[in-house]
Design a protein around this ligand. Structure first.
Ligand code: NOJ
Ligand code: CA
Length: 680
């Protein structure tokens, strides 16, 4: 369905300029360059005399990606890799578009594109390749058009390669076909042998690249595998089906975009909109039901082992407890409350068809609770844990979505914690891509916003389906409740890696850092729990994460009683979750980041550091000249330390102007937040 739409959308390209423009045929080798509008980036398509096709990439005239192969192998050892050129079209495209929510309220989408139409030498099959060059990156994708000699087919290898030129270090996590919940490594490039994307690397001359994919539809997701004995050459490695096939497809087929952000500062990776721009605009006509918000939830208490998802003495989702969260949310202007464990079946987790998605436990009444929440102006965020059983979920999903719609529940958090059904399928394979995209489309039909846990990696589809609000796909806060947890450096890497794919439901905002407040009530429920868990950051760092890790549905994940009476909570309750502008003031991947976000005339600053304490100097030159602002500043206390004294915080106020420059001390594992309001 969406394949056809993609092809049609491309006809929006405003001009088809020339055929074979400025192409060179050297010794019967065909090359076609395409430049970014700024001319900073250049990519060349190369068709060698033997019919093999390649791409490369230059930044300021310097090759950063050497000639890298293109093509496919289809089932039956049938290679689709030697071509003759039919034609090559060049287009320029330029637009501004307004996302429904996001890190900025207007996005420029400007690129030069070539469409290369190829015909296979031996079997005359047709294959087209699109190259797009933006000022902040490059992308290519394949199209296999409708043709009589190719209908249904199976891809057994995508022959796309990336051969990096230069000396690099990189931030990466192991490719895993079933989970994205990993820590990251920082190593020289040659240690990164099989990686998940976004894969972020830095050349020795400070060029930053991040490789990812965009617009994944009816294809499998990509990992990158370093080729043995080859110098810095990575091959696209697709996550397989249970039977070993990589992609089962038919013509017309459009692959996801293979995209690389290129920038000369780390913040450029975050400020780039390349992944969103590579997706189609939305066909929704009514966006009124899509509402970014901060939310609380009956959630952390289960992860801490204070309460449980299923019925019993310690059931979390009782009417009384839900009303307690709703009252607290209403009092503090927090718009949403997530309720996990309200529906029967949690005691069957791991069995087939375990969850009932419509029947509440006896001590919970969903009608009453949603009505109560509405009366207080609070949205209930529904929950569907599937345990990975997609078949069961697909059988019940319409009934379950219809119930939420009828009740007025507009957001649903989904979860896939467990092995996939159909048995043997990988979480990140084509089978699941089909499932996740189907759920996204059905959610749109029922006007439901989605927060997907254990998802496939995001690829910018929320441009087309803005109801796909956020996703986990990250080793998030929950790991601090029941494992050795996440080191402070983890959140200093995430904005430059996982964050490039899209919003992250990391669920920050824990105030009881050493988890001591309820220690006596906690019951171990997870084998990774060593009995000595804590959150590895200062409280100011937790506040800053609410701003640093972008999500339009942002969870303040601690318990109401841990927020109650703490002055720092006022930063959370006022925090917007959709922005007019975002600037990375300064950053060093894995070490620290200072990010500033604007909503109307107000600015918010969040900064975090890794295990090292540091002094950060902030120039306020992004503020309007000759205007006076009032800043409320949340800083680590003098004696703060993420392990020894995490809750030491100082809150102060100051008047600030654009000409000011101030320095702040961040503790080890610490942070800094500011709310800067325009006074005149
Ligand atoms: C794992 C999810 O990440 C978490 O948020 C959820 O609470 C549990 N699964 C239960 O569904
Ligand atoms: Ca999870």
């Amino acid at each position: 369905m969406r394949i056809i739409k993609n092809i049609l959308t491309r006809s929006y390209l405003i001009s088809t300029l020339v055929l074979l423009i400025s192409s060179k045929i050297i010794a019967r080798e065909f090359t076609q360059s395409v430049y970014s509008p700024s001319k900073v980036l250049e990519s060349k398509f190369i068709l060698r005399q033997d019919g093999t096709a390649y791409w490369n990439l230059l930044f300021n005239g310097d090759t950063i990606i050497k000639n890298s192969s293109l093509g496919f192998v289809l089932k039956g050892n049938d290679s689709l890799m030697r071509f003759r050129l039919i034609k090559c079209k060049t287009n320029y495209f330029n637009e501004y578009w307004k996302p429904v929510w996001g890190q900025s309220s207007i996005i420029k989408n400007e690129y030069n594109e070539i469409k290369i139409e190829l015909k296979e030498i031996s079997n005359s099959r047709l294959l087209n390749i699109f190259f797009r060059v933006y000022n902040d990156g490059f992308a290519f994708r394949y199209e296999i058009p409708v043709q009589s000699s190719l209908k249904d087919f199976v891809i057994t290898s995508e022959e796309s390669r990336i051969c990096f030129k230069g000396k690099y270090d990189c931030w990466w996590s192991w490719a895993d076909y079933n989970t994205l919940e990993k820590l990251f490594y920082h190593t020289p490039l040659d240690s990164a042998t099989h990686v998940a994307t976004p894969f972020t690397i830095r050349r020795s001359d400070n060029i930053y690249l991040s490789v990812h994919e965009a617009d994944i539809d009816n294809y499998s997701t990509m990992t990158l595998k370093r080729e043995k004995d080859e110098d810095q050459k990575y091959k696209v490695n697709l996550v397989p089906w249970a039977d070993g096939d990589l992609v089962k497809t038919c013509t017309p087929m459009l692959s996801p975009w293979r995209a690389i952000i290129v920038t000369n500062k780390p913040g450029g990776l975050i400020e780039s909109n390349l992944i969103l721009n590579l997706n189609d605009s939305s066909e929704f006509t009514d966006f009124s039901w899509i509402k970014p918000m901060t939310y609380l939830g009956i959630w952390w208490e289960m992860h801490l082992g204070i309460s449980q998802w299923y019925m019993g003495d310690k059931h979390g989702a009782t009417i009384e407890n839900a009303k307690r969260y709703i009252d607290f949310a209403a009092k503090h202007n927090v718009k949403g409350v997530l309720i996990e464990g309200w529906n029967t079946g949690w005691e069957n987790w791991g069995k087939s068809d375990a969850f009932d998605f419509v029947t509440p436990y006896k001590d919970f009444d969903i009608v009453e609770v949603v009505k109560y929440a509405k009366s207080k102006g609070v949205e209930i965020i529904g929950h569907h844990e599937t345990g990975g059983d997609t078949k069961s979920y697909e059988r019940h999903i319409e009934e379950a979505f219809a119930l939420y719609q009828k009740l007025g529940v507009n957001v649903v958090k989904t979860g896939y914690a467990g092995p996939v059904v159909p048995v043997g399928e990988n979480h990140h394979g084509q089978c699941m891509v089909q499932h996740y995209n189907k759920v996204m489309e059905l959610a749109a039909k029922y006007k439901l916003m989605l927060d997907v846990h254990e998802p496939i990696i995001l690829s910018g589809l929320s441009r087309t389906f803005p109801n796909l609000m956020t996703a986990e796909g990250v080793r998030g806060m929950e790991w601090n409740a029941w494992s050795e947890g996440n080191p402070p450096s983890h959140t200093c890497i995430l904005p430059f890696t996982r964050g490039i794919a899209g919003p992250m439901d990391y669920t920050p905002g824990i105030f009881d850092i050493d988890l001591s407040k309820h220690a006596s009530e906690r019951k171990k429920w997870n084998s990774l729990d060593n009995g000595n868990t804590s959150v590895h950051s200062t409280i100011t760092n937790q506040l800053a994460l609410m701003l640093v890790l972008y999500s339009p549905l942002q969870m303040a994940s601690d318990l109401p009683e841990n927020y109650d009476g703490n002055k720092a909570f006022s930063f959370i309750k006022d925090l917007p979750t959709t922005w007019d502008e975002t600037k990375v003031i300064e950053a060093s991947i894995g070490e620290y980041i200072i990010i500033a976000r604007r909503k109307a005339n107000d600015w918010y600053i969040g900064a975090i550091t890794n295990e090292e304490k540091r002094e950060l100097n902030i120039s306020f030159s992004f503020l309007e000249n000759n205007k006076l602002y009032k800043a409320v500043i949340y800083e680590d206390g003098e004696d703060a330390h993420y392990e020894k004294n995490p809750e030491s915080m100082v809150i102060s106020e100051s008047k600030i102007r654009a000409m000011d420059s101030l320095s702040f001390k961040l503790a080890c594992g610490g942070g800094l937040c500011m709310k800067i309001r325009l006074l005149n």
